[in-house]
Design a protein around this ligand. Sequence first.
Ligand code: ATP
Length: 272
Amino acid sequence: MSVVTVIEPRKQAVRAADAAKKTVVYETGRLNVWYGAHQALKQIDLSFYEREITALIGPSGCGKSTYIKTLNRMIELVPNAKIEGDVIYRGRSVFDRSYPVEQLRAQVGMVFQKPNPFPKSIYDNIAYGPRIHGIRDRRRLDEIVEKSLRQAALWEEVKDRLHENALGLSGGQQQRLCIARCLAVEPDVILMDEPTSALDPVSTAKIEELMNELKTNYSIIIVTHNMQQAARISDRTAFFLNGEVIECGETATLFSRPADPRTADYIAGRFG
Ligand SMILES: Nc1ncnc2c1ncn2[C@@H]1O[C@H](COP(=O)(O)OP(=O)(O)OP(=O)(O)O)[C@@H](O)[C@H]1O
């Protein structure tokens, strides 16, 4: 039996109106990215809303990581990458010459697939960003370290070993440390590129719980291979295929009544 149903135009209009009431934090318009001659993203139009979790799903190689790296301009570190189109963060083009990339990266934090703590103490990992931003006062740094670790649900586990090397933490703890490090500079948006794919189920559950708490204060965009994870944690989902966005909408709707047969096939596990 096919799970595909066509969304009535009236319902679509209501949904669009609901989305319109929310504050857009990020949007991309007609975004194209090439690596040399290979086009990895094709005409991507997407919007992301404040205090929501948006999941980017799709099979391997469909362009999810390329897309997320374009949002904070990390894509520019790839020598043969070419970008065309608009990437707008809170009404401002991220490519605007008057917008320093350091400022963008302070407002838009990123958590990677593999936890990547610095080979420094737990304390220094968290204090690193605030110190770069000029905070030197020890008491202020202590407060930031404690607050960030509490927000990342790691404080109780590490409060007695703050000056030990972060590389001595478990993988799941290291990933929560990386989230705490990202929170320490008080970002507005958090980009996550498969943040739990290297973690065991218990650590994954902790990170998912944490994300649910973080969305009261932050907007989160997460790339995930795991469709159950997207369904559990996200408000909105975008389905990528071969560098295009096939469908984007409320997660509950996209998973129960996908509008496009390719989305239906993917979520039913018929490919990917
Ligand atoms: N640095 C690069 N140079 C050349 N091609 C690249 C580069 N990075 C990615 N690609 C290609 O661009 C396409 C999109 O890759 P991307 O990593 O964005 O996909 P993805 O959906 O994140 O995949 P995965 O789920 O496997 O991480 C793929 O065909 C990939 O081989």
